[in-house]
Design a protein around this ligand. Structure first.
Ligand code: IMP
Length: 200
């Protein structure tokens, strides 16, 4: 693995929520490039695991930009749905990335499995797999997860994606209600980031 500390990086994501969170985790001294300036279309996520998709994205953006690239593949697994939507978490929001639609689908699918689910604890977790890809072809992949449950009501306006329906273990607020800096320091992305921090 390259010994030299990384001093500039391209964040390979077109998801503004992720970009904001990742930029917040990285040291302030680091020069960050992103698709806010480059506008490179996202690759097709053809993998069937978070690892495959994370690597595929980091490699793709590194080849396009000739820079060291950091990519995130993440999603929510809901136990009663046999871990769906999982790697297809973004797909459930449709082409327009409408997460009201995705959340409605989550509630619909859970109701199909158990009509009384609102009285029960519906176990779920967020998973994040981060990849750093160097232009010389070297790469490192690390993952993080956070356990929790599905809120029976959509709550809170902060964050993105499934944040309004996820309550982390031991907390009462959904990620959507939580102060963003608090979420950034306990979630799946943070856990994965602690494992790659040494490269920066
Ligand atoms: P992908 O990694 O681009 O396939 O997208 C992952 C999807 O999972 C995102 O579009 C979000 O909907 C969801 N997701 C991942 N991480 C989070 C999070 O921290 N909060 C809420 N939703 C998330």
């Amino acid at each position: 693995m390259p010994k030299q500390k990384i001093d500039q990086i391209f964040i390979g994501s077109n998801n503004k929520g992720k970009l904001k969170e990742i930029a917040n985790l990285l040291p302030k001294s680091l020069k960050i490039y992103s698709n806010l300036d480059y506008k490179i279309p996202s690759p097709k996520e053809t993998g069937t695991t978070f690892e495959q998709n994370s690597l595929l994205k980091a490699k793709y953006f590194s080849k396009k930009t000739k820079k060291i690239c950091l990519s995130d593949d993440s999603g929510i697994e809901i136990d009663i749905l046999d871990k769906a939507p999982g790697v297809y978490s973004a797909d459930w929001s449709g082409k327009k990335r409408n997460f009201n639609q995705a959340i409605k689908k989550v509630y619909r699918e859970i109701s199909k499995k158990d009509k009384d689910w609102k009285k029960k604890k519906i176990k779920a977790r967020f998973i994040c797999v981060l990849t750093i890809f160097w232009p010389n072809g070297k790469f490192i992949i690390r993952s993080g997860k956070i356990e929790g449950r599905i809120s029976n009501l959509k709550r809170g306006k902060n964050g993105f994606g499934y944040d309004p329906i996820f309550i982390p273990h031991g907390k009462r607020q959904t990620f959507g209600e939580m102060d963003q800096q608090k979420k950034y320091r306990l979630d799946h992305r943070f856990v994965a980031f602690t494992k790659i921090r040494k490269f920066f």
